[in-house]
Design a protein around this ligand. Structure first.
Ligand code: ATP
Ligand code: MG
Length: 420
């Protein structure tokens, strides 16, 4: 974005004007070289945090102990970090303590991959001590320095390596891959949440199947505190990920868990351990739950059941699980390879049509309230009320009764007579 680039350049020029050094660094330099959209324009400088704070009107001490200050300029937020190195790594994680250094080359050395260790100056020149530009041209992910040491210092880098290879479609340098294999057991030291954040990026990227393939080949996730997540799957089901590329990640996770043969309850437990938000977890589990429910109530070979009965069973499932879950389940079913389909495509088309024809999905859309129903029947509230309302909902949703107060009152009377 032009405005953001311009403002970040002003920021760097302010630093230079005061006798400090300043560069764009990391993801933004890399993404610009590759021709990808740039999101955050991170900068690195010789100025100390308190010096950065003194130079700009509006700053936020985001990570001041790590040397990171957020500078606000014209509504844009920029992270400016003092040249630093990380002190000793403990437990294969990035440490909380950092040491500020004088030279940018020192700062670049602590970064994970060559393509992430490039700095760009306002005059357009690069500081690229590890050949990062050449590696981006060739499409190679390569550790800065000795891969074995770098992955040993911080085990999260191994997941980042797979993430970048997957999202960018890059290959992994031989030594880097070897280093990853030799250090993979250290993944057990990394918080699941941080691994999940990387996996979400794999899933949002252009080629999650490649990422999953790398994870499987390296067996990296087998060493996480909670394994499985995306290693126990049927590989021809996951090809369906290609068909849901532009759908939210929750649908992709549901597909993976489906391929792994997880029940909705098992999936729920697993997703909680992997620190998924409740909302994501529910969205994913509801799809699996609908799958279980629909297979339970709708059996294709059942010749006793008429099409109309089947339609009503289906509408009941849709009302139970909700519209968006239903549509997601239909999408998931359509991605399955032929020999794994439980319902033939004509059935899915029918399900979709029946769902589409439903005029309401919720009790609150009924044109009669529980209170009115109580008045008509002149009986105190009880379990009968909920049952009756749900029966009305089903009749209206199925197009059997119009969603009109008088029609609904007639229907209540009819039901009362039938019940004696
Ligand atoms: P993204 O596009 O996901 O933001 P990024 O490369 O910018 O990718 P960030 O997590 O924002 O990733 O990190 C910014 C920079 O910090 C990286 O480009 C890299 O130079 C450095 N970095 C991030 N994480 C690590 C790590 N675990 N080890 C070493 N360097 C790291
Ligand atoms: Mg970034």
């Amino acid at each position: 974005e032009a405005g953001m680039a311009e403002q970040s350049e002003n920021l760097l020029r302010t630093l230079l004007g005061q006798g400090f050094e300043g560069y764009w660094v990391g993801g933004c330099v890399r993404d610009e070289l590759i021709g990808r959209a740039v999101h955050d324009m991170d900068m690195t400088t010789s100025a100390l945090p308190e010096e950065i704070v003194g130079l700009f009107k509006h700053t936020i001490p985001t990570g001041i102990q790590h040397g990171t200050i957020t500078v606000m300029l014209q509504g844009y937020a920029f992270e400016v970090t003092t040249y630093r190195v990380e002190s000793t790594y403990e437990n294969h994680r990035r440490p909380d303590e950092v040491t500020f250094v004088k030279e940018i080359s020192e700062d670049l050395k602590r970064r994970d991959f060559t393509m992430n260790a490039i700095a760009r100056a306002v005059d357009g020149t690069y500081i690229d001590p590890f050949g990062g530009r050449q590696d981006t041209e060739k499409g190679i992910i390569r550790c800065v320095g000795n891969p074995l040491e770098r992955f040993n210092e911080d085990a999260l880098r191994m997941v980042r390596c797979v993430r970048f290879a997957s999202v960018f479609g890059y290959s992994i340098a031989k030594d880097t891959w070897k280093g990853l294999l030799s250090q993979r057991a250290n993944l057990q030291f990394i918080a699941l949440e941080r691994i999940r954040v990387e996996l979400e990026k794999v899933m949002s990227g252009n080629n999650p199947i490649r990422g999953l393939g790398l994870l499987r080949r390296s067996q990296l996730l087998d060493f996480a505190k909670v394994p499985v997540l995306c290693t126990r799957f049927d590989s021809d089901i996951i090809m369906g990920l290609n068909d849901v590329m532009h759908e939210p990640n929750s649908l992709k996770w549901a597909l993976l868990l489906y391929a792994g043969g997880f029940s909705s309850d098992e999936a729920g437990q697993l997703l909680r351990k992997w620190t998924f938000s409740n909302q994501d977890k529910d969205e994913i589990c509801n799809i699996l739950r609908l799958d279980e429910q629909v297979k339970q109530v709708i059996r294709i070979q059942d010749s006793e059941i008429s099409t109309e009965e089947r339609r009503l069973l289906w509408i009941r499932v849709v009302l139970d699980r909700g519209r968006s879950t239903t549509l997601n389940w239909l999408k998931l079913q359509r991605t399955l390879p032929e020999h794994r389909q439980v319902f033939p495509l004509q059935w899915l088309d029918l399900f979709a049509r029946w769902e589409h024809q439903m005029c309401i999905h919720h009790l609150k859309e009924l044109n009669i309230s529980g209170r009115e129903v109580m008045q008509i029947n002149n009986i105190a509230a009880g379990s009968w009320l909920g049952e009756l309302l749900h029966q009305l909902l089903l009749s209206v949703a199925a197009g059997i009764v119009a969603n009109d107060k008088n029609c609904l009152i007639e229907e209540i009377k009819r039901v009362n007579i039938n019940h004696g």
